[in-house]
Design a protein around this ligand. Structure first.
Ligand SMILES: [Zn+2]
Length: 428
C-alpha cells in the first residue's frame, strides 16, 4: 500500500498540520508526523479540504461525446479538486432507466478520476408527462437517490407531487430546475433593464420564483425533500429562507457564475455568457453571496455544461446555453466568498463538500479530515494568481466565461481514496 505525507497544510484553513495517507485512508493528522517511506508533499501555505463534491455536472455521455465524455469530464473534475460528481440525466438516450444509469455509473468506475453518481430523470424522456422508473434506478447498481429533469422543469404539479411522494419512500430527493416554461418562451436573457435596451426576449425572475414557491409547499404537503437547482434571484433566496424558517425540508444550490457575473455582460453579445438560468443583476449576485454565507443556500454546484465550439460560435439567439465550470469553481468561490470575507475555508468545505455529499448521499465523501476517514482530499494554493486559459482545460469543451480573467487560487493535488488523481497540477 502506498503512503503519502502532506506536510504543513492548513487543514480547513486552520493550523498547519501533517496528514499521513496510508492506502485508501487518512492514517494520522498532527504535527511532526514521521514520513518514513511515504511520498512527501510539501504543502506549507496551502489549504487542505475534503474532496469537493459537485451535485450538478453534465458529463454528456452517452450521446454528446463531442462535447464531453465521462473520462474527460471526470479529468476536469479532478483538475478542479472534485472527488465525486453527480451526472445529470439529460443525455441521449435520457438516463431514465436502470440500464442507462448503470452504464454511466460503470464508465465512472472504469475511468477512476472521480466517483460518478448518476442522477435519474424524473419523467420518461424528460417530457414531464409520465414518471420514469425511479424505484428501478434506485435499486440498480447505480443506487440513484437524486432525480432531476434538469434542463427542463417538472412543471406539472401532479407529476411533481407524485415524484416527491415516490422518492420519500427511500430517502431520495427531487432536484428541480425551477423555470415556469410558459413564462420563458423565447427567452434569451434575464428580463430587466438590459434586455429592454438590447431588445432581447426576457426571462423574468418570477418564472423561477413561482416554481420554487409551489415546490416548497408541495414538499411540505407531502413531507418529502426537495432540492432547488442553480437558484439565481434575490426573490428565490427570500422564498427558500421563508421555507426553511417554516421547517420545510428544502435545500438549494448556487453556481459559481451566478456568484460573479451579471447580465451587463450580455451587451457584448458573446454567447459564452448565455446560460440557463440567465445571468442576473448585481443585486441578485449580492443576495446570492449573502445567502450562501448565511446557509440559506446550502451548496455551490457547478452546472458544468460543456458545448462544442460550433454550438457557441454563432449569433446570440442560436447559441447553446451553458458554461463549463468544474475547473474554475473553487477559484470563483475563493474570489467571491473567501477573499471578500463572507466565508471561511471551513465554510467552503461545508458548501462544496460536506453538504453536497449529504444531500446526494455520496458515501465516503464530505467527511472530516481526520484519522480513519477515506482519503478524499483537495489541496490548493490560495496565493496563486493566474489568468484563465481554456487551452489548458482537461474538459473536452472550452466554453468558459472566464477566459483571460485573473482568478485567485489553484488546486495542486486531488486524492481519491488515497490515490493522487492530480499531482502538482498535473493529472495522474
Ligand atoms: Zn438546469
Amino acid at each position: 500500500m502506498s503512503k503519502t505525507l502532506i506536510r504543513g497544510a492548513k487543514v480547513l484553513g486552520g493550523a498547519a498540520q501533517d496528514v499521513l495517507i496510508d492506502g485508501e485512508t487518512i492514517a494520522e493528522v498532527g504535527t511532526g508526523v514521521e514520513a518514513g517511506d511515504a511520498t512527501v508533499v510539501e504543502a506549507e501555505g496551502r489549504i487542505l479540504l475534503p474532496g469537493l463534491v459537485d451535485l450538478h455536472t453534465h458529463l454528456r455521455e452517452p450521446g454528446r461525446e463531442d462535447s464531453e465524455t465521462v473520462l474527460t469530464g471526470t479529468r476536469a473534475a479532478a483538475s478542479g479538486g472534485y472527488t465525486a460528481v453527480f451526472a445529470m440525466a439529460n443525455t441521449f438516450p435520457v438516463a431514465d432507466t436502470a440500464g442507462v444509469v448503470e452504464q454511466v455509473w460503470r464508465l465512472g468506475r472504469e475511468h477512476g478520476y472521480c466517483d460518478v453518481q448518476p442522477i435519474g430523470a424524473v419523467t420518461v424522456g424528460l417530457e414531464g408527462k409520465k414518471l420514469a422508473e425511479l424505484g428501478a434506478m434506485h435499486d440498480s447498481a447505480a443506487a440513484v437517490t437524486v432525480f432531476s429533469d434538469d434542463g427542463k422543469c417538472v412543471d406539472d404539479a401532479v407529476i411533481m407531487r407524485r415524484a416527491l411522494e415516490y422518492v420519500k419512500a427511500f430517502g431520495g430527493v427531487v432536484a428541480q430546475h425551477a423555470q415556469e416554461p410558459r413564462l420563458t418562451e423565447g427567452a434569451q436573457m434575464n428580463e430587466g433593464v438590459v434586455s429592454a435596451e438590447l431588445g432581447l426576449g426576457g426571462w423574468p425572475a418570477v418564472a423561477e420564483e413561482s416554481i420554487i414557491a409551489r415546490d416548497v409547499l408541495l414538499a411540505e404537503h407531502v413531507g418529502s425533500r426537495v432540492h432547488i437547482c442553480h437558484l439565481s434571484t434575490a426573490g428565490s433566496v427570500a422564498i427558500v429562507r421563508w421555507a426553511k424558517s417554516r421547517g420545510i425540508d428544502v435545500t438549494a444550490e448556487v453556481t459559481p457564475h451566478h456568484l460573479l457575473l451579471t447580465d451587463e455582460l450580455v451587451r457584448s453579445y458573446n454567447p459564452v455568457y448565455k446560460v440557463n438560468p440567465p445571468l442576473r443583476t448585481e443585486r441578485d449576485v449580492m443576495a446570492l453571496r449573502e445567502a450562501l454565507a448565511d446557509g440559506t443556500i446550502d451548496i455551490v454546484a457547478t452546472d458544468h455544461a460543456p458545448h462544442p465550439h460550433e454550438d457557441k460560435d454563432c449569433e446570440w439567439a442560436a447559441a447553446a446555453m451553458g458554461m463549463v465550470g468544474l475547473e474554475t469553481a473553487l477559484s470563483v468561490v475563493q474570489h467571491t466568498m473567501v477573499d471578500t470575507g463572507l466565508l471561511t475555508w471551513e465554510g467552503v468545505a461545508d458548501r462544496m463538500s460536506h453538504k453536497p455529499a449529504r444531500i446526494g448521499r455520496a458515501e465516503g465523501h464530505g467527511r472530516p479530515v481526520s484519522a480513519g476517514e477515506p482519503a478524499n482530499l483537495t489541496l490548493l494554493d490560495p496565493a496563486y494568481r493566474g489568468t484563465v486559459d481554456p487551452a489548458g482545460f482537461a474538459s473536452r469543451s472550452r466554453n468558459t466565461p472566464y477566459e483571460g480573467r485573473e482568478l485567485p487560487g489553484r488546486v495542486t493535488h486531488t486524492f481519491l481514496r488515497g490515490r493522487a488523481t492530480l499531482m502538482d497540477g498535473k493529472l495522474a
